[in-house]
Design a protein around this ligand. Sequence first.
Ligand code: ZN
Length: 369
Amino acid sequence: SAETPNEIIGVIAHEAGHIAGGHQQKLRNQLERAKTMAIIATLLGAGAIVAGATTKSRGLAGAGMGVAAGGGEMAQRSILAYQRTEEMTADRSAITYLNATGQSGLGMLKTFGRFQSALSLSGAQVDPYRISHPLPRERIANLEVLVKQSPYVDKVDTPALQQRHDMMRIKIAAYMGGKAAASRLMRKNPGSLASQYGDAQTSYLFGDLAGALAKTNALIKAQPKNPYFQELRGDILMKANRPKAAAEAYAKAVSLDPARSGLLSVSYGQALMAIGTPDSLQKAVVQINKGLGRDRENAVGYRHLAQAYGELGNIPAADLATAEGHFYSGAYKDAKIFAMRAQMKMKRGEPGWIRAQDIINYAPSGKKK
Ligand SMILES: [Zn+2]
């Protein structure tokens, strides 16, 4: 929904404020204390329904709903009062960061304003004690004052950043919402580079590969150094079953990308795998590992890596990569099975063995056994 990069930057600034303030850890401690309070209240016979508020829910969303009366309510209010001040603190930190980097807070204001109207549209009764964020109107009013005081309030995103944002948005729309969603965005700014990119994406996604390739080549002509136009070219060529040409496009994308995106390296590796010679498989392993090094939680990347190792006959490494893939998809049981399988064929204490041991020892609650 964000129309400008500034709207997202503002939210990231707010979240950075939470992290810098150590709020998550404090919140966890506070929840523990609240749970104790609730138990005491129950023992005293003051409250009946406590469980819903404190034990079932891991986050505040759950705590904000479902509690009836008594100790649970008391405990809940103490948490929420605590969180309200944290939201204000995070807002203030966000403004500090935005001022320090010469950016406007209007985007943050707009995003939170959107949340506010979503809340008012839901028609739910809002009890000021029950919501996990401060009463939006009051919080937004406070934030508005801070935003308007900033010397950078009227600063807008650079045209280049706005263009990248528009392209990203259209790509997400094409993948998540299909042709109609992408067209809706394209209609707002027909003829723009972002719209041309959206047009090429929808052609690629919905079956017109020749058209997609022609449109993408035109995009590359317009911005020869844009890695994501090369990426799209690679995607199209992969779908057209031309892995060699795809690998060349992805290689170019990787070399053009100043941010060294892990995803581009993984795509490059996939194309090398599809070429299928022993030499290209070796190169695929290097590229995919490089990509995963940048982006450790890319579960799909590990599946490709496992396949590449498998085809090269390196079974312990394939098992470990499969374990990692399960691990980062949250399938811890399967992850442990493959980690143990990998360890059986590895030397005790070698790096792969140690990583497998980490997976075996992992407990989702965060507690080590
Ligand atoms: Zn917050």
